[in-house]
Ligand binder design. Structure first.
Ligand code: DC
Length: 220
């Protein structure tokens, strides 16, 4: 199977780009952040403090997280509940970042991600795909952009979804989440040694997609 790993900080455009590239290539797109978000939401619903490893770990037995692909589109389930929308709030973002620093949570989600990659040609995005989950991926890209550009993109995205948002708050939360994600002890956000760096601060969607397709053609 061909696996393409895309890592990078929040709001770098990973999901938008990976989804389009996957559609062009006929691969499935796997958004691993959604798994951490689902675990975070499940922990919150069970009254756990998402920074407390012991409390969060105790909620894992009730976290029946699964991914289903409907017409190539990923949906995230907690048991039989489709939580694909519920995991997109700012609270769920922070809860995901908090629980993702807990080793038991990463272990809990590891096989799920590996199994999908073993069975499918896929583009998987996250923070540790090229470094930990799929170190043997044929293509690895580290997608980034300045914090201001990423915050503006995320802010526009929230407004487009009809959610309320404040740009400065989005920026602040993003910077905090990036710091947490890149400074945790286990599987921190970082560029794999053999990943190609793509800074999209000054690029539009078409340019990023074109650059990515060139990288993929070179490697496969
Ligand atoms: O990609 P996202 O913003 O939906 O991810 C939410 C959080 O999940 C992110 O702040 C860190 C964590 N995460 C992770 O630790 N490892 C991944 N492979 C994907 C996400």
């Amino acid at each position: 199977m061909i696996n393409i790993a895309i890592d990078g900080p929040a709001g770098a455009g990973k999901s938008t780009i990976a989804r389009k590239l996957a559609a062009n290539l006929g691969y499935i797109y796997v958004d691993t952040g959604a798994l951490y978000r689902a675990v975070g939401v499940n922990a919150m619903r069970n009254g756990a403090d998402t920074k407390n490893a012991e409390q969060v770990t105790a909620t894992l037995s009730s976290a029946k997280v699964s991914l289903r692909f409907v017409e190539g589109e990923q949906r995230v389930f907690l048991g039989e509940e489709d939580v694909s929308l519920a995991i997109r709030t700012p609270e769920a973002s922070m809860a995901a970042s908090n629980v993702s620093a807990i080793p038991a949570v990463r272990e809990f989600l590891f096989d799920l991600q590996r199994d999908i990659a073993k069975a499918n040609n896929c583009i998987m995005d996250g923070r540790d795909i090229g470094t930990v989950v799929l170190p043997e991926a044929q293509v690895k890209v580290f997608l980034t952009a300045s914090a201001e550009v990423r915050a503006k993109r995320r802010y526009d995205e929230l407004l487009a979804k009809g959610m309320e948002a404040d740009y400065n708050q989005v920026l602040e939360e993003m910077v905090q989440r990036d710091y947490q994600d890149s400074h945790r002890a286990i599987a921190p956000l970082k560029q794999a040694d053999d990943a190609t760096l793509l800074d999209t601060s000054e690029m539009n969607l078409e340019q990023v997609l074109e650059a990515l397709e060139t990288i993929v053609k070179e490697k496969i």
